[in-house]
Design a protein around this ligand. Structure first.
Ligand code: ATP
Ligand code: MG
Length: 208
C-alpha cells in the first residue's frame, strides 16, 4: 500500500503540488492523467524516491520513505521496477544486457537467460537482443525498458508513459503484461495521455 499525505512540491517558484494526497491499494493499477506539465513525472519520481517533496509524507506499507539517498537506492533496488519516460538505457550495451542488468549478481546466468527469453518473446523483442539501443526503434527501446523493469518481479511498477512510442497492438501486449503482473500481486502506477490504454486501470487520477 502506498499513501501520499499532503505533498507539497515546488521547483523554484513553480508549485507542482500544493497539497496532494492519494492512497493506492496493493495489487491495484492506477493511471495518472493530466496535461503535459501537470506533474505526472514529478509524482512518479517522488514515489520512486528519485526526488524529495518539500513537505508531506509518502508511506509505503505504513513506513515513511526516508530522505537518505542510499536508503532510497536500496528501496528502488529491492522494491521497484521503474520505466522512465526517457527509457534511460545504456547505449553501449546490448538490449540483452540492459534487460539483465537488475538481475546481475542476484540470479544465475541460466535463470537470467530463461527469464529474458520468456519476457522478450512476450514483448516481441526476442530477435533484437544482441542489438544496442541506438540500433533500435523508439518503440523497441521502450519495450527493452519495460522488460528491464519487470524482470525482477518488483512489488511496484512505476511506468511513465510506457506506451508513448507503441502502436495499438503493442499497447495491448503491455496491458496484458501489466494485468499478469497485477495477478502476482504487483501494484502498478502508470502515466499516460492515452485514455483507451487506461481503461484497464482500477483507478484513474486526473491531475489538474
Ligand atoms: N527539475 C525540474 N526543475 C524545474 N522545474 C521542473 C523540474 N521538473 C519538472 N519541472 C516542472 O514541473 C512541472 C511538472 O513537470 P512533469 O515533468 O512532472 O510534468 P508531466 O505531467 O510529466 O508532463 P509530460 O506529460 O510532458 O511528461 C512542469 O511545469 C515542469 O516544468
Ligand atoms: Mg512526464
Amino acid at each position: 500500500m502506498i499513501e501520499m499525505k499532503n505533498l507539497v512540491k515546488k521547483y523554484g517558484g513553480k508549485v507542482v503540488f500544493s497539497n496532494f494526497s492519494l492512497s493506492i491499494q496493493q495489487s491495484s493499477i492506477v493511471g495518472l492523467y493530466g496535461r503535459s506539465g501537470s506533474g505526472k513525472t514529478t509524482l512518479l519520481n517522488l514515489i520512486g524516491g528519485l526526488d524529495l517533496p518539500d513537505s508531506g509524507d509518502i508511506l509505503v506499507n505504513h513506513k515513511k520513505l526516508t530522505k537518505s539517498l542510499s536508503e532510497l537506492a536500496d528501496y528502488r533496488r529491492t522494491y521497484l521496477g521503474i520505466i522512465p519516460q526517457s527509457f534511460a538505457l545504456l547505449n553501449f550495451k546490448s538490449a540483452f544486457y540492459n534487460i539483465a542488468l537488475p538481475l546481475i549478481g542476484k540470479a544465475g546466468k541460466e535463470e537470467i537467460e530463461k527469464e529474458i527469453e520468456i519476457l522478450s518473446e512476450k514483448l516481441e523483442i526476442n530477435t533484437l537482443l544482441k542489438d544496442r539501443p541506438t540500433e533500435l526503434s523508439a518503440g523497441e527501446r521502450q519495450r527493452v525498458a519495460i522488460a528491464r523493469a519487470v524482470i525482477t518481479k518488483p512489488a511496484v511498477i512505476l511506468a511513465d508513459e510506457p506506451t508513448s512510442a507503441l502502436d495499438e497492438t503493442t499497447q495491448s501486449i503491455i496491458k496484458d503484461l501489466f494485468l499478469q503482473e497485477q495477478n502476482r500481486g504487483c501494484t502498478i502506477i502508470f502515466s499516460s495521455h492515452n485514455k483507451t490504454f487506461g481503461e484497464f486501470a482500477d483507478k484513474i487520477i486526473q491531475l489538474p
